[in-house]
Ligand binder design. Sequence first.
Ligand SMILES: O=C(O)CCC(=O)C(=O)O
Ligand SMILES: [Fe+2]
Length: 278
Amino acid sequence: MATVNSGLSINRLAGAVGAEIHGVDLNQLDDSTTKAIRQALLDNGVIFFRDQQLSPDQYLEVSKKFGKPVEYPFVKGIDGYPEIIEVLKKETERANFGGIWHSDTVYQQEPPMGTILYAKELPPFGGDTMFASQVAAYNSLSDGLKATLSSLTGINTSAKAAVSKTREDRVGDSGSKADDLISYHPVVRTHPETGKKALFVNVAHTERFDGWSEDESTPLLQFLHQHQIKPEFTCRFRWSVGSVAFWDNRQVQHYPINDYHGYRRSMHRITLAGDKPK
Ligand SMILES: O=C(O)CCC(=O)C(=O)O
Ligand SMILES: [Fe+2]
């Protein structure tokens, strides 16, 4: 069912996560629409808009209504806009940016609250992005495992082997390896705005549990990594040029599907500052 609010309609995409918002021009946001959009983000974990036209200046301005744009730790911004990076896969490339289930840059002390992605150029097919609700994933665990996880801290690193393939930890065009970033965050975090609990480990960044060896951590982490992306916790977004996705990095993970070799895909991306997970 669509919810209508001053011309804006919110259409859920799946049972656990994701909604498309229609009837909004992001360049014309008044206060009540901005508030409704923020609530839709909190309620749905990720929201999508279609047919938007955003110059870099307009894009930055829109993002500032929802948070504080920050630079990406390992990637330089587009000319003149340090907070906007291009997420690009060229015709000739095989790896895609972020091509593994993750939430963004969890190895930071204060990982982003959200990320906004704007589609500029797309392949003729493929290149969808999937999202998974970590609130739904947490809620479906047994009380016993919830209790065990509640006391655990995850150690997250930018240096896991799997992620290096996805180029998230490379510096600019040089492809050189950045210094490793490491963070300690609760395995279950409480959302600062909704109060809901969410799993906050991910296969791209979480190395082990604090106080546990890697060997000891791996079986439980592997279970969680399989569990947290079950189809019933996910939605899948089919992009068109001008589409915008805005996800809440505190409650969802995402996975850009790398199924369009030989074609170019270019997105503009803005990261919004977050707080220390608790
Ligand atoms: O290209 C995408 O759809 C998402 C890439 C990604 O992981 C990100 O921008 O954080
Ligand atoms: Fe990402």
